[in-house]
Structure formats: structure tokens, C-alpha cells
Design a binder for this molecule. Structure first.
Ligand SMILES: [Mn+2]
Length: 284
């Protein structure tokens, strides 16, 4: 139902409490998969076409705040790789079992290989994608931010441009899609971002796009305003227009503006800039 002429197109992320045994190969992954399948079916019934997710153990980690953006606006950057082990009872930066974390009896997560992490993704996708197809929902994978091989002593899944293809090829289906994060892709040391946009949008596997700009590459980069980083956003929008991309574009992180609503003002600035770019490339 459209209220105020707005429609909910996508939701982002499953709660760690709903799938820690999938991410961590815990004792009850099948029960959690059944619940995730229910969430996807419910989303489909509600007309929500996309669910974004981040298949990661460490999640976002090791970033530092600083006056990195224009005018000294506060944003975040990366200054080396976080090697702190993850406590048992946590995944990403979130606690799913408070008792284990508080008591400290659980120790830390065992270090696993990249192959083991990919096996866990395959377990997830082979069970979820058929249900997503049935529900008319696309599951959209966010790359690892920050994108380096290992963070907090755990492997990263998608930390190069090419690894996105590996995830798509695991289960060939339009429902196995990408949450295409321009900022994270720009932080990666390989690849040409404009070629990468053509490559993945051209396969019709991009569900939605995070707009964000950065300066530098992992493990030494900083987030900046949408119009001042290494990425030419006008060129991005032009390519998307050429390719007739019809998915969702959304601002990602933003530097904070000095005012009563620092984050909201930053997001409004990014959104206005994107709207103007969109009009510009359409010539209206
Ligand atoms: Mn993102």
C-alpha cells in the first residue's frame, strides 16, 4: 500500500540473533534458516522486493572517527586492520548471547579459513534462494566493509571486485543479487569501479546501490561527502542511465554536519545531490 506516495522497496540486514548459527556454523542452523525463510516469505507478502544482508563475522570493524571531510566535518576512516579476536557470543559488533560475553567463559571465536566462510554462504544461499524466488524477493549481498582479506582474525567474504562474481555464481538466480556498495568497492585495491558497475549491472544482478564517496584505499582510506571523493558520481549516474538500471539508489554513510541533526543533514545533502544528478543525466 502506498501512503504519501511512498513505497517500501527494501529492508536491510537480518538481526544477528536470527542467524548467528548460520554465520558461525553453530548447533541449530536449520532452525534459524526456517525462520529466515519465514521472514523472506513475509517480506514478499508485504510487497518488499529486496532484503539486503551482510554475510560477515566481524562486520564493520576497526574504523576511526576524524575530521576527514570538507570543512572538517566528522566522518570515519581506517588506519590499519583490527586484529582483536571476536568474543564468543558476538557476531558483527553485536551481542547475541549476553551471558557468554559478560562471563567471558566462552573465550573467542576460532579462526576459520576463507573456504569455510564460503561453505557457510553456500549453505545459506542454497536454502534461501529457492524460497526468495517463490516469494518474489531478492537477497542482496553487501560487500565487506572495510574490505581486506581478514579482520578481527576472521576471513572476509567479498573484499575484491571479482569476489562478487563468485557469490553470484554460487547460485545462479535473479534472486541471488547484490547490494552494490559504491563506497566499499572504491575502498578495494583492485578493479576499475566504472567497469565493475557495467559488469554487474549488465548481468541484471544488482538489487540496489549504496551511494558513498571515499578518499584512499583500504587499509588507509577515509569517508567524505558524496561530491568530494575519488569516485566521479556524475559518471556513475551516467553509466546507470545508459544501462537503464531501474533499481533503488540510496545514500550510504555520510559525514556529520555541524547542526542540531548532524547525520540527518548529511543524508539530506547526499540525497539532494543524487536527485540533482539523476535529473541531470536524464536531461530534464
Ligand atoms: Mn554500504
Amino acid at each position: 500500500m502506498a501512503v504519501h506516495d511512498l513505497r517500501l522497496s527494501a529492508i536491510e540486514n537480518f538481526d544477528p540473533v536470527h542467524w548467528h548459527d548460520v554465520l558461525l556454523a553453530g548447533p541449530k542452523p536449520d532452525e534459524q534458516i526456517a525462520h529466515l525463510q519465514q521472514i523472506v516469505m513475509d517480506a514478499g507478502r508485504a510487497g518488499i522486493q529486496t532484503i539486503g544482508y551482510n554475510f560477515s563475522l566481524a562486520g564493520v570493524a576497526g574504523r576511526i572517527p576524524g575530521s576527514f571531510a570538507r570543512g572538517g566535518a566528522v566522518s570515519v576512516g581506517m588506519n590499519g586492520v583490527d586484529e582483536t579476536p571476536i568474543p564468543d557470543g558476538m557476531v558483527w559488533n553485536m551481542v547475541w548471547d549476553r551471558d557468554r560475553v559478560v562471563s567471558g567463559t566462552g573465550g573467542t571465536l576460532p579462526e576459520i579459513s576463507h573456504d569455510e566462510l564460503w561453505n557457510r554462504l553456500e549453505y545459506f544461499l542454497t536454502r534461501m534462494i529457492p524460497v526468495a524466488e517463490e516469494a518474489g524477493v531478492r537477497l542482496a549481498l553487501h560487500p565487506d566493509d572495510p574490505p581486506v582479506s581478514r579482520v578481527r582474525r576472521q576471513p572476509r567474504l567479498v573484499w575484491t571486485h571479482d569476489l562478487y562474481q563468485k557469490a553470484l555464481d554460487l547460485v545462479p538466480s535473479d534472486a541471488n543479487a547484490l547490494e552494490f556498495c559504491l563506497g566499499t568497492l572504491m575502498e578495494m585495491s583492485d578493479g576499475d569501479i566504472y567497469e565493475t558497475i557495467r559488469r554487474y549491472v549488465g548481468q541484471n544482478r544488482v538489487a540496489y546501490i549504496h551511494f558513498r564517496n571515499v578518499v584512499g584505499k583500504a587499509p588507509d582510506y577515509r569517508e567524505v561527502f558524496i561530491d568530494e571523493g575519488d569516485l566521479d558520481m556524475h559518471r556513475v549516474m551516467t553509466i546507470l542511465h545508459e544501462l537503464e538500471f531501474d533499481g533503488v539508489l540510496i545514500p550510504d554513510h555520510t559525514p556529520h554536519m555541524t547542526c542540531g541533526a548532524p547525520w540527518h543533514a548529511g543524508m539530506a545533502y547526499a540525497m539532494g545531490y543524487m536527485m540533482a544528478l539523476h535529473r541531470s543525466v536524464r536531461g530534464v
